[in-house]
Design a protein around this ligand. Structure first.
Ligand code: 5GP
Length: 122
């Protein structure tokens, strides 16, 4: 899948759409999810044009990957959800129900998040 420059996160990165910024450095932007599912629900995105988790893992530079992973940890600590626990997830592709085709991680916490997924038998 090629990168679509009109996706909503590309527009946020270009400053065309506002966001509630949580963190920014040369490689990473993090902001509040517009429809939070928990007291903390932060989206962490690379500034580079990566469609998905797969694309990022295959083609991002080591500097981008290191900055990204460190940013996620830093935000969790700053939000005080380090000790209490939290969840970090990336939706990829159709089965993962990825809505926005710019790679992002969801960092959620601040309450008991329940089981990760319903059992396949339910
Ligand atoms: P996905 O399903 O792609 O993993 O998640 C996309 C996330 O982006 C959703 O949680 C959705 O609420 C969030 N989102 C969609 N549009 C916007 C927006 O314009 N601003 C912000 N801050 N979040 C958005």
């Amino acid at each position: 899948m090629s990168y679509d420059d009109s996706n909503i996160f590309a527009r946020i990165l270009r400053g065309e759409i506002p966001c509630r910024k949580v963190f920014e450095d040369d490689h990473v932007l993090a902001f509040e999810d517009i429809r939070p599912l928990a007291p903390t629900h932060v989206l962490v995105i690379p500034k580079g044009r990566y469609v998905s988790a797969q694309d990022f893992s295959e083609t991002a530079s080591e500097a981008e990957i290191v900055a990204f992973v460190r940013a996620v940890g830093r935000i969790a600590r700053e939000r005080g959800i380090d000790a209490s626990g939290h969840r970090i997830l990336a939706n990829h592709g159709a089965d993962g129900r990825q809505e926005v085709p710019h790679f992002h991680l969801h960092l959620v916490g601040g309450r008991d998040l329940g089981r990760m997924l319903p059992s396949a038998r339910e």
